[in-house]
Structures are given as structure tokens and as C-alpha cells.
Design a protein around this ligand. Structure first.
Ligand code: ADP
Ligand code: MG
Length: 354
């Protein structure tokens, strides 16, 4: 039985459809991120699962039972928001123990749980400090264990790293993931940050304009994006409008290119390739001649923009320091790394990130 199941859930605010016919299942103890650009409906979706908003349509099941209409406090969930949700007038220990005291647990039990939780995130020595005396990262760790101290089995996170310094955010995301795995929690984590999603998720659910466009493991999403939008939003891709010219052959920028798929009869074809998959090589097939328009040194790799005829391709590699601006080069596009999409009537519209 899935821990959480959504069946055709929609939410409308007056004339805005924030969430549009969303269905998915999340397994017990699974760490799932909802990934999409700002405004695509992630927070609205999370608030509906948590019981803070009522769906306009559809059903939400937790442990197999419909929870539509059930108040949030009966759903056995923890919620961590973007902004530190600590009470400013209580010290760290009081914050963490608050939920337990409110539920009427004995003081000794609350004290024990609070200590365990603070030790868990290395904040025990900060127990008596006020939230404002802690750094942003420490406040979020305290807010995390305050949510966990309620004994919840499901944790909802809404952009918990977004107001932190990026390096602190990266550290916190691994701490959250480790805590969730250790405690056997089911997690739904909302983010617009693809690197957060790629690094800590068991599975990613990608959203666009209120709809789910793909769900899969980070590797599946990166290596087999369902549409150009996903290939564009997660990682980077070069896109090329193409026409079929044989069963496994496309015509791109005046060249014939071999692909894995049978493309005969396809319309609105777009081929895509990741910058790191293009090689500076001349082969018998799939090779384009071009001129290097720019070279950007990015540290681990260099980024080359290479002009063909109408198309400009971005190539990244650490292995070719000899290639300079203005040079004529050959680019090899391996068939196994070319992604082919069809029925893309308007590529610009498809790639739009709101
Ligand atoms: P995200 O979390 O992905 O940034 P949200 O779920 O916050 O997106 O918002 C999705 C859409 O719904 C946006 O267009 C937003 O303006 C709209 N929206 C969210 N909450 C409300 C509300 N209470 N009233 C009206 N519109 C809302
Ligand atoms: Mg949001």
C-alpha cells in the first residue's frame, strides 16, 4: 500500500488553476521531491496533502484512507517551511519540546525526547539559547527536529534551504536526508533547485504549470527525460529542430544524423544532446564542422560554444585546453546520446520555465 496517493487532484483559486489533475503514489519511507519552477503549484500541492488546503477536486489517501476533510493535526505529519518556523520567544529546547508538551506528554518524557533530538542534530549545547542567537542553518536544524519530535511518520519540507547560504544549504540537505532515512520517514520535499532534487531524492516528481510531467529516479529523469522541458529544466541540453529522413535518420542543420529511434512519420521532431556528451572528434557519421565562437573556463570544465550553420552547440569538457576561440573543429554527436522528442509544435513555448 502506498503511504500517500493522489488521485486526479486539482486546486483552483478564482480563475487560476494552481494544481491541475495530479495523480501519483509515494511509497512508505520513500524520499520524494516535487521539483518545478516558482509558481508551478508545488506549495499548493503540499498544503493539500498536509491538510492546510482543501482540493477543488480529486482524492488524497494516506495509508490507504481518504484524508480529504481530515484536519492536519490528525494526519501524523511534520511540516518544515522555507522560513525558520521557530517561536522567537522560546529557547531552542522549549521550541523542540513544544509539540510534545501540548500533546500532554509528561515533562520527563518531553525532556528526554528533546535531548535526543538536539543531540541528533548536534545542537544539545545550544539548548538554552534563543533562536536569534543561532545561525540560519542551526535554526533550520532546530526547526527540523521540532517537527520530528512530534513522532510524525511523514515529513513535508517546503524549500527548507532557500533562505540559507548555499554551502550551508547543501550541508543541511544531506542532514535532513540522513535523519529521514535513519528514522524511516516518508518525505515529500518541495524545491525549485534541481541539484537538491538530484542529490537526495529516491524519486523526483517534475511539475510544470500545475501538472506532473515526469516521475522517476534522478538517473531516469536525467538520462531519459520525457519531454524537452524536462531535459532543459534538469541539467542542460542543446536542442535542435529536426526532420525525419529515414527510419533511424534525422536531418539537422543540413546534415544527416543517425539516431537510436525509428523516426519515420514523426512530426514536430526535436533532437537534444547534453553538452558533456558531445565529443571533439571526426567520425564517419554524425559529425558536424563548426567554428568555436566562445570559450568559458568554469573550473572543473570548460564550456565551448560552437557555431554550425543555423545551430550553435554548447560543449563541455575538461580535456581540451588546446581548443581556442575562432578554431575550426569537428563535433561528433554519438547516436546513443541523442534524445529524440516528437510532436513539439512550439519549442520556445515548451521550454518556457514560467
Ligand atoms: P510554487 O510553490 O510552485 O511556487 P504555488 O503553489 O505557491 O507555486 O502557486 C501556484 C499558483 O497558484 C501561482 O500562480 C500562485 O500565484 C497561485 N496561488 C497560490 N496560492 C494562492 C491563493 N491563496 N490565492 C490565489 N492564488 C494563489
Ligand atoms: Mg512554493
Amino acid at each position: 500500500m502506498p503511504a500517500i496517493e493522489l488521485k486526479n487532484v486539482s486546486k483552483r483559486f478564482e480563475n487560476i488553476t494552481a494544481v491541475d489533475g495530479v495523480s501519483f503514489r509515494i511509497k512508505d519511507r520513500e524520499y520524494v521531491t516535487l521539483l518545478g519552477p516558482s509558481g508551478c503549484g508545488k506549495t499548493t500541492l503540499l498544503r493539500m496533502i498536509a491538510g492546510l488546503l482543501k482540493p477543488s477536486e480529486g482524492d488524497i489517501l494516506i495509508d490507504g484512507k481518504s484524508v480529504v476533510g481530515m484536519p492536519p493535526e490528525d494526519r501524523n505529519i511534520g511540516y518544515l517551511f522555507q522560513n525558520y518556523a521557530l517561536f522567537p520567544h522560546m529557547n531552542v529546547a522549549e521550541n523542540v519540546g513544544y509539540g510534545s508538551l501540548v500533546r500532554g506528554e509528561a515533562k520527563a518524557h518531553t525532556k528526554k525526547v528533546t535531548e535526543e533530538m538536539l543531540r541528533f542534530v548536534n545542537l544539545l549545547e545550544w539548548a538554552g539559547f534563543m533562536p536569534r542567537e543561532l545561525s540560519g542553518g542551526m535554526q533550520q536544524r532546530a526547526a527540523l527536529v521540532r517537527a520530528l519530535a512530534t513522532g510524525c511518520r511523514t515529513l513535508f519540507l517546503d524549500e527548507p534551504m532557500s533562505s540559507l547560504d548555499p554551502k550551508i544549504g547543501v550541508k543541511l540537505r544531506y542532514e535532513i536526508q540522513k535523519a529521514a532515512k535513519k528514522m524511516g520517514l516518508t518525505v515529500v520535499h518541495v524545491t525549485h533547485d534541481q541539484s537538491d532534487a538530484m542529490s537526495i531524492s529516491d524519486r523526483i516528481i517534475v511539475m510544470k504549470a500545475g501538472k506532473v510531467v515526469q516521475a522517476g529516479t534522478p538517473k531516469e529523469i536525467y538520462n531519459h527525460p520525457s519531454r524537452p522541458y524536462v531535459a532543459h529544466f534538469i541539467g542542460e541540453s542543446n536542442f535542435m529542430k529536426a526532420g525525419p529522413s529515414g527510419s533511424n535518420v534525422l536531418s539537422i542543420d543540413g546534415h544527416t544524423v543517425i539516431v537510436k529511434e525509428n523516426v519515420s512519420g514523426m512530426k514536430g521532431v526535436v533532437a537534444a544532446i547534453r553538452p558533456e556528451k558531445i565529443l571533439f572528434e571526426k567520425r564517419l557519421e554524425n559529425t558536424f564542422e563548426g567554428v568555436v565562437e566562445s570559450v568559458d573556463f568554469l573550473g572543473p570544465v570548460a564550456r565551448f560554444n560552437v557555431r554550425l550553420n543555423d545551430v550553435c552547440l554548447s560543449v563541455s569538457t575538461a580535456k581540451r585546453p588546446d581548443i581556442k576561440k575562432g578554431m575550426k573543429v569537428n563535433l561528433y554527436l554519438p547516436p546513443e546520446n541523442l534524445m529524440v522528442f516528437c510532436d513539439i509544435a512550439n519549442l520556445e513555448e515548451e521550454l518556457k520555465v514560467m
